[in-house]
Design a protein around this ligand. Structure first.
Ligand SMILES: O=C(O)CCC(=O)C(=O)O
Length: 308
């Protein structure tokens, strides 16, 4: 895409997505963005649907759980190498943590696209191995695009954890539509309930909440208060990914309400991967990982990186 159309796209994105919950409502805005993206990237998406073969035995259990519940906790996914890489990255980027503290003090991404080194390559490669990419593909029923790789450091908010805000409150992601969007979270350190674990509700529980509060409709808040969730489904339905370093969860965050980073003590570090369709539900272009393509990669890996 040339610079001019990118400029137009970014400007249109600002117009469409600013105050979207009050203006058109989240759901309608997603549909409009997706419609426009289909005009520009529909051919790429059709290629991804055609390239999907399916039938990966490795992904079968994961995809069954993802379809039924919206998430899958895989005790056999070997995350040990990528956890080491993320630990080293966090240890070497105190500068980014200090800098990030100024803008979003409780959640800082220390993977800065454009400052790639070998640690970044290893992080990206992990998302392309069949244990991960096959799960995302089988779930979406097309070869998805890798649209985020983050190493997130969560710290106690400066004034303490008195009032949860932003992504510390339940929400559904709007990067893409349900069943076209899949994230993988991996704990980098051991995570206790006081370290602010990634926490979510199953898709069936989330559906009940969405229906009861008309989530996504005009005038409805993007964030949902704990009291509302408790009133609608009770107090004990949330699932927290606390536990040892390396624990991970595949999740469709467009279907499952989720929150995280309610850090009361120390810090929490997670790696987060996101896969979407080629026609996302946001107008601006996601970060590209195409530069990580190299000779010898499969055509599915090439597509996942968005390499033309
Ligand atoms: O674990 C967290 O801090 C929340 C992350 C989140 O909301 C997201 O990635 O969509």
């Amino acid at each position: 895409m040339n610079m001019l159309s990118e400029k137009i796209r970014n400007r249109a994105s600002k117009l469409l997505h600013r105050n979207e919950n009050e203006w058109l409502g989240g759901t309608r805005t997603q549909k409009i963005a997706k419609f426009i993206n289909r005009l520009t990237d529909g051919a790429d998406q059709r290629r991804r649907e055609k390239a999907f073969v399916g039938g990966s035995p490795k992904a079968e259990a994961a995809v069954h759980a993802l379809n039924e519940t919206g998430y899958h906790i895989d005790p056999n996914l070997d995350t040990s190498e990528v956890v080491k890489v993320a630990k080293a990255l966090v240890a070497s980027r105190q500068d980014l943590i200090d800098e990030g503290r100024e803008t979003k003090p409780f959640l800082i991404n220390v993977y800065k696209p454009g400052q790639d080194n070998f640690q970044h390559r290893l992080l990206v490669d992990f998302a392309l191995q069949s244990n991960v990419l096959d799960v995302a593909s089988e779930y979406c029923k097309f070869v998805p695009l890798l649209t985020a790789v983050k190493v997130l450091v969560s710290l106690p908010p400066p004034g303490g954890m008195a009032q949860a805000r932003s992504s510390q409150l339940f929400h559904l992601d709007n990067a893409d539509l349900p069943f076209q969007h899949c994230k993988l979270f991996i704990n980098v350190d051991d995570v206790s309930p006081k370290n602010g674990p990634f926490t979510f509700l199953s898709a069936p529980d989330s559906d009940k909440i969405s229906a009861a509060i008309n989530y996504g409709q005009r005038g409805i808040d993007y964030r949902v208060k704990d009291e509302v969730v408790e009133q609608l489904i009770g107090t004990d339905r949330s699932i927290a990914i606390s536990g040892p370093a390396g624990r991970s969860v595949f999740i469709d965050t467009s279907r499952c309400f989720h929150l995280g980073s309610r850090v009361e003590e120390q810090r929490r570090v997670v790696i987060m991967y996101q896969f979407t369709s080629a026609c996302q539900a946001r107008l601006h272009k996601p970060v590209s990982f195409a530069r990580f393509w190299r000779d010898g990669m499969s055509s599915a890996q090439k597509m996942a990186l968005g390499k033309q």
